[in-house]
Design a binder for this molecule. Structure first.
Ligand SMILES: [Zn+2]
Length: 198
């Protein structure tokens, strides 16, 4: 999954930034909605970020090979657990917010589950351990794309409704931009994956 991970971050963003801060607490840079949004987006995409760093200077076909180190150390269950805890610690250090630190763990775990359903095959840790994942990217990319679009549509619908009920409705333009972004990035990532598995 690609853009769906980013959209997942909108859930904690909306929940955590639309709350009224207690009036005694002075707003600081730590509570800035933009900072929180950026951190949540990074947390949601953390395994892919680790994959990109580990895969620097590697052929894309090797980066996405489940038997290669980049995928094994960024998307298998054991390293993902470490990434979740590390991401949560960094979130805590920056924001000093326990709820956001817990959200960071949740976002990384949701990333793992989303990739389990719509992604490559992953393992507990390494191809000799138990297999985790439907591997739809290899077996049925069209099904994977359908699942990702449905996931994104569900999240977008939730976010639009939620912002409306919070009194901060999105403009039609923003919604349109988000929809175009979802369709475009899904099409681009699907064609890149089709090349990889060809
Ligand atoms: Zn991923």
């Amino acid at each position: 999954m690609f853009i769906g991970h980013y959209l997942t971050a909108l859930v904690p963003y909306s929940i955590e930034t639309r709350k009224k801060p207690p009036s005694k607490v002075e707003p600081t840079w730590r509570t800035s909605p933009i900072l929180i949004l950026v951190l949540l987006l990074v947390a949601a995409q953390l395994p892919d970020l680790v994959l990109a760093i580990l895969g620097l200077n590697q052929d894309p076909a090797d980066v996405y090979d489940p038997a290669q180190a980049a995928m094994t150390y960024s998307h298998d269950l054991l390293p993902v657990t470490m990434i979740a805890l590390g991401g949560s610690a960094i979130m805590w250090i920056i924001t000093q917010d326990r709820r956001l630190a817990l959200w960071a763990i949740a976002l990384v775990i949701i990333h793992f589950v989303a990739d389990f359903v719509s992604g490559f095959e992953h393992y507990v840790h390494g191809p000799e351990t138990a297999s985790l994942g439907l591997d739809l990217y290899t077996h049925s990319l069209a099904t994977a794309v359908g699942i990702e679009l449905a996931y994104c549509a569900g999240l977008l619908a939730w976010y639009v409704r939620r912002e409306q009920t919070q009194g901060t409705p999105l403009t039609r333009q923003t919604v349109l931009i988000l929809i175009v972004l979802v369709v475009l990035t899904t099409a681009l990532s699907a064609s890149a994956i089709a090349d990889l598995v060809a």
